[in-house]
Design a protein around this ligand. Structure first.
Ligand code: 4NP
Length: 153
């Protein structure tokens, strides 16, 4: 059986494209399919942010084929697990849930790890090594998710 995982942030150009690419790189694509979406609609159809493309390329992951899309209530039916990057994304997704089953699917990404940080900070307006830091936060959580999914199959 295929497990379908959706990564969600605000813009779907910085954090969730990284999360999609990183988790997909750690799992068997025949067993786990990963996608991403944004709660906002600012960048629909766009490629990920150049800074996310660059940091993922640095670690051997190509995210250039991804295109921005908006989270839709249909995603609750299409995905088994929905990971949000911050509390705002979480609230916006939960607000669209239609039943308890939908709500149970939604988790904060960093709740998968004991990092002391619950939110993946939005690096969009920052400078410097924001994208590098975000990459490693997401990478750690995705390693844990991949390990759990592997143990389930
Ligand atoms: P993301 O970052 O949610 O990690 O993709 C953002 C990208 C763009 C905007 C906000 C956050 N924006 O307002 O355009």
């Amino acid at each position: 059986m295929t497990t379908r995982v959706l990564m969600v942030c605000l813009g779907n150009i910085c954090r969730s494209p990284l999360a999609e690419g990183i988790l997909q790189s750690k799992v068997d694509p025949k067993k786990v399919v990963v996608d991403s979406a944004g709660t906002g609609s600012y960048h629909l159809g766009n490629k990920p942010d150049e800074r996310s493309i660059a940091v993922s390329r640095k670690y051997g992951i190509d995210i250039t084929r991804q295109r921005c899309r908006q989270f839709s209530p249909k995603d609750f039916d299409d995905f088994d697990l929905i990971y949000t990057m911050d509390h705002s994304n979480y609230s916006n997704v939960i607000a669209l849930a239609r039943n308890e089953d939908h709500i149970r699917k939604v988790k904060m990404l960093l709740d998968e790890v004991e990092s002391g940080i619950r939110e993946v900070p939005d690096p969009y307006y920052g400078s410097g090594d924001g994208f590098e830091k975000v990459f490693h936060l997401i990478d750690k959580a995705c390693s844990e998710i991949a390990r759990k999914l592997e143990n389930q199959s």
